[in-house]
Design a protein around this ligand. Structure first.
Ligand code: ZN
Length: 255
């Protein structure tokens, strides 16, 4: 008598994470009597950060549950929206630099550096209580990771829409430095007049300065693209929050 196999059934929203051969029909595995549901799900390719309720034969179970022979495991997707922890802090994987800048333009506290190893990313996420956003499933499967999420989409605008739809974060556009994540505050033109190129000095009167890297911002060259990011974000979030501050982008003398 052969032992009846385990069956893993994944929610539609999770199928893209599975190998192609497993997308059309449930995953069947020989039961080994020691593997937990969490391990089986992650071994199939789906990080637990992406899953909602796990059920075995219809009954909700924790990831530590060990299913018996013939069990049917149903894996739900993480419910959306999934509120961010308070305070809402993000850490982006090294491959998501453009997304990082856009999240910062929306005022979200977003750490990013392009030289972090996987171990350093996990350590920073844990130390600073940041949700790690990545497209590296191996990173999300690390046991030590405090919180993480898989970012869907290849283009930054699709990725941003995914992050906003998943977390529905409160946004506060034009309050953070897209370059370094520092907080912006208004600065008197007289105080920074000597740093401005003549064209900028002539054309603009309101300026903001980053408290960390001291970059200056004004409604300058990149305003249209960044304004589009803010407009699109508000559309995804389905709320109208007014025009916000008049700050925008441009490096010192960057007119
Ligand atoms: Zn800065």
């Amino acid at each position: 008598m052969s032992t009846p196999p385990l069956t893993l059934r994944f929610a539609e929203e999770l199928l893209f994470l599975l190998p192609a051969r497993h997308r059309r029909q449930p995953v069947r595995l020989p039961p080994d009597g020691t593997s937990t549901v969490g391990h089986l799900v992650q071994s199939a390719g789906v990080p637990l950060t992406e899953t909602g309720v796990l059920r075995v034969d219809g009954t909700p179970v924790p990831p530590s549950h060990i299913p018996g022979p013939g069990a049917v495991v149903d894996v739900a997707a993480v419910p959306r929206p999934q509120p961010l922890p308070v305070p809402a802090r993000l850490l982006l994987d090294v491959h998501l630099g453009t997304l990082a800048r856009r999240l910062r333009v929306l005022g979200l506290d977003t750490a990013y550096a392009d030289d972090r190893s996987d171990a350093e990313l996990v350590a920073q996420a844990n130390a600073e209580h940041r949700v790690l956003l990545t497209q590296d499933r191996g990173l999300l499967r690390r046991r030590a990771l405090w919180r993480g999420a898989y970012v869907r989409g290849g283009r930054p605008d699709v990725q941003l829409a995914d992050v906003l739809a998943r977390f529905r974060p409160a946004i506060d556009p034009w309050t953070r430095c897209p370059a370094c994540n520092g907080l912006l505050s208004p600065v008197a033109k007289a105080e920074i007049d000597h740093l401005l190129r003549p064209g900028t000095r002539r054309s603009y009167d309101s300026f903001q300065r980053c408290g960390s890297c001291l970059r200056l911002y004004w409604p300058g060259a990149h305003h249209d693209r960044l304004a589009a990011t803010v407009r699109d974000a508000r559309a995804v979030l389905g709320r109208q929050t007014g025009v916000g501050r008049s700050g925008s982008s441009g490096a010192p003398g960057g007119d």
